[in-house]
Design a protein around this ligand. Structure first.
Ligand SMILES: [Zn+2]
Ligand SMILES: [Zn+2]
Length: 162
């Protein structure tokens, strides 16, 4: 294992390499909008290759790789976006963490202890969530991609209903 893997790559690797075999499951590339066999994802040797396969390699910070996010990440999302529910009228946080003005290019762990991790982009806006403590149809953990103030419905792993 490359010891110079960045935190994002290490997180991604630790999540997906520990999944049990799931022959009927498919993973989803958010950049291309294509599904591929989940077992191919979990067998990849590095977190970076997993991130590439998921279309989130731009979150990687290791080995001097560029981190230019795709310009239209949300357009590749087939599950649709829902408006952000703003608890208590506070539109600036979601899940107890800010969606704006976070530490740029940094993974932050949710202080609630839920295990949720949020990646902020270079502008301090929420970019990716990885959720561990719940399963709303996408398995746990799963990821959510942010598009402005909207978060998608979850898409890292999709167990297709057939
Ligand atoms: Zn990396
Ligand atoms: Zn979730």
């Amino acid at each position: 294992m490359d010891q110079k893997e960045c935190l994002g790559c290490r997180i991604i690797y630790s999540i997906y390499s520990n999944f049990p075999p799931m022959p009927s499951a498919r993973a989803y590339n958010v950049e291309t909008g294509e599904f591929f066999p989940f077992d191919r994802l979990r067998s990849l040797p590095t977190g970076y290759e997993m991130a590439e396969a998921l279309g989130i390699a731009w979150t990687c910070d290791c080995r001097g790789r560029s981190r230019t996010p795709p310009q239209h990440l949300g357009n590749a999302q087939p599950f649709g976006y829902k408006p952000l529910d703003a608890p208590n009228g506070d539109a600036e946080t979601y899940g107890g963490m800010p969606i704006e003005n976070g530490p740029p290019n940094t993974w932050v762990e949710n202080p609630s202890g839920s295990g949720q991790l949020r990646l902020y982009d270079a502008n301090g806006n929420a970019a990716v969530d990885i959720d561990f403590d719940h399963d709303h149809g996408f398995g746990a953990p799963h990821s959510h991609n942010w598009d402005g103030r909207s978060r998608d419905l979850g898409n890292a792993v999709s167990i297709l209903p057939y």
